[in-house]
Design a protein around this ligand. Structure first.
Ligand code: NAD
Length: 500
């Protein structure tokens, strides 16, 4: 067994999960490109059985009071904290994140569990004044049913927890299909949740794990027992999934690709802007949905900003994500590298000037893909800039009046995250106003990535419109009933209607 395979097996064993040893799904590490172990994919019958079990478990789970349901999530949060290092190790092994970011992702799970526990006592409905005497009008919120969770490779555990912690507290049950690239982290999380259920005397069938590629997800898409499909991934995936769920009148929560921009104005604090830009653009090797992909900088500060970003980029250590001091780990696959190389070539033929980076470097041999993050100065926002290439390429565009900067910023099909670096309060307020950024996330003087769990997370346009995690995102996981209660002995009709 190789060193990495041993590390994965040890982490799974400490968590108390079965260490897979056979199957047709390779669990690969992008660190070296090697197969860590083989995992069994779920066949059609297994996926059907998982949906059936979750559907049956829902019948009882929906009647358990929300604060009692929350005990499972509280316990899960405790177990995640206890196994933070083990889970982070698996995240690094499977997604290639540096240790600090992998630990951050696990911390996000712990945070959302805490949030969901508090939420369990705050699933508030409204009471409205009735137009009729002796009547009361109110809204109540009820569990929805089975939530299908399809997640992407780049946040292999956090996205699951955003959905699952909230769904469980809301009284739903969950069937999770993680990315086929990150099955071990999913097996680990599922083991911890099953332990939390056992410790709290709850039915472990409230959560089901199914493993495999797109066809496994498609079964969740097609099954009318899946009341809500929460799908995180590329726009391409969302475009396939959404109409099929809509055709059966199911609900969809879409968290799709981003093409996030930051405007840098002449008044910006450039020290702060450079730090914010470099973390958002090069962190996680450019493989976050919120990765900064476009900087739109005022002509008067463009040369200085580009030079400072390039200097910072040259100091970024690219390497094995387990190594101390490394800030940029590997790309997930050869396909990701091919997409990056193709985009750089296209940008070049569109007149872009490569300022730095874009090279493949040999860190752990031929089967892993490490690159130096690239900065490309563009004369125009051509089609390659308007696409999301899931790799560390930062395009720099310039502007000379603020309105055109906002226009350029919004002229992409995606609408996830955005930022402005400025010390001018008028520009800052305009950026987050109705005629400013059209994204779901609009930040001032911080980068586009690294959201906290307390806010609603998601984006507009091709990003899909879904909201997850904090604020009132829980409403997507429940159904609303409007109740009119007549406590009088009359039967007045609304709108003054007289019926005989
Ligand atoms: P992907 O679209 O290739 O896969 C995502 C998930 O969808 C996987 O589990 C995959 O098996 C499944 N899938 C793919 N086709 C499917 C189909 N036809 N039916 C059902 N399931 C299907 O994405 P990826 O490469 O894993 O992740 C990167 C992408 O995800 C990027 O575009 C990134 O921006 C996006 N992403 C978005 C968010 C967000 O919150 N907006 C978060 C993380 C990642």
């Amino acid at each position: 067994m190789s060193t990495l395979a041993r590390r994965a097996a040890d982490a799974l064993a400490r968590i108390g999960a079965n260490v897979p040893d056979s199957g047709d799904l390779p669990a690969r590490s992008p660190i070296t490109g090697e197969v860590l172990c083989l995992v069994e994919a779920s066949n059609t019958a297994a996926v059907d059985a998982a949906i059936t079990a979750a559907h049956n478990a829902f019948r009882n789970w929906r009647t358990v009071p929300a604060p009692v349901r929350a005990a499972v999530v509280r316990r899960l949060g405790g177990l995640l904290a206890e196994h933070k290092d083990d889970l982070a190790e698996l995240v690094t092994l499977e997604a290639g994140k540096i240790t600090s970011e992998a630990r951050g992702e696990v911390q996000e799970m712990i945070d959302v569990c805490e949030f969901a526990v508090g939420l369990s006592r705050q699933l508030y409905g409204k009471t409205m004044t009735s137009e009729r005497p002796g009547h009361r009008l109110m809204e109540t919120w009820h569990p929805l049913g089975v939530v299908g969770v399809i997640s992407a490779f780049n946040f292999p555990v956090a996205v699951w927890s955003w959905n699952t912690a909230i769904a469980l507290v809301c009284g739903d049950t969950v069937v999770w299909k993680p990315s086929e690239a990150t099955t071990l982290t999913a097996i680990a999380c599922t083991a911890l949740l099953r332990r939390a259920c056992a410790d709290e005397g709850a039915d472990p069938d409230v959560h089901q794990l199914v493993l495999g590629a797109a066809p496994v997800g498609e079964q969740l898409v097609e099954d009318s027992r899946v009341a809500l499909l929460s799908a995180t991934g590329s726009v391409r995936m969302g475009r396939t999934v959404a109409p099929r769920v809509a055709a059966r009148f199911g609900r969809c929560l879409l968290e799709l690709g981003g093409n996030n921009g930051a405007i840098v104005t002449p008044s910006a604090d450039l020290d702060l802007a450079v730090r914010g830009i470099v973390f958002a653009a090069a962190g996680t090797a450019g493989q976050r949905c919120t990765t900064l992909r476009r900087v739109i900088v005022h002509e008067s500060v463009a040369d200085e900003l580009v030079e400072r970003i390039a200097n910072a980029y040259r100091q970024l250590r690219v390497g094995n994500p387990f190594d101390e001091g490394v800030l940029v780990g590997p790309l997930i696959s050869s396909d990701a590298y091919a997409a990056m190389a193709g985009a750089l070539e296209k940008a070049g033929s569109d007149g872009g000037e490569l300022i730095c980076g874009g090279d493949r470097i040999d860190v752990e041999g031929d089967y892993s893909f490490y690159v130096t993050p690239a900065v490309v100065r563009m004369r125009a926002q051509t089609s390659v800039v308007r696409e999301e290439t899931f790799a560390p390429i930062l395009y720099i565009l310039t502007y000379n009046d603020f309105d055109s900067a906002i226009e350029l910023h919004n002229a992409v099909p995606q609408g996830l995250s955005s930022a402005i670096f400025t010390t001018d309060v008028r520009e800052a307020e305009r950026f987050i106003a109705a005629d400013g950024s059209d994204c779901g996330i609009a930040n001032v003087n911080i980068g586009t990535s690294g959201a906290e769990i307390g806010g609603a997370f998601g984006g507009e346009k091709e990003t899909g419109g879904g909201r997850e995690s904090g604020s009132d995102s829980w409403k997507a996981y429940m159904r609303r009933a409007t109740n009119t209660i007549n406590y009088s002995n009359q039967l007045p009709l609304a709108q003054g209607v007289n019926f005989g």
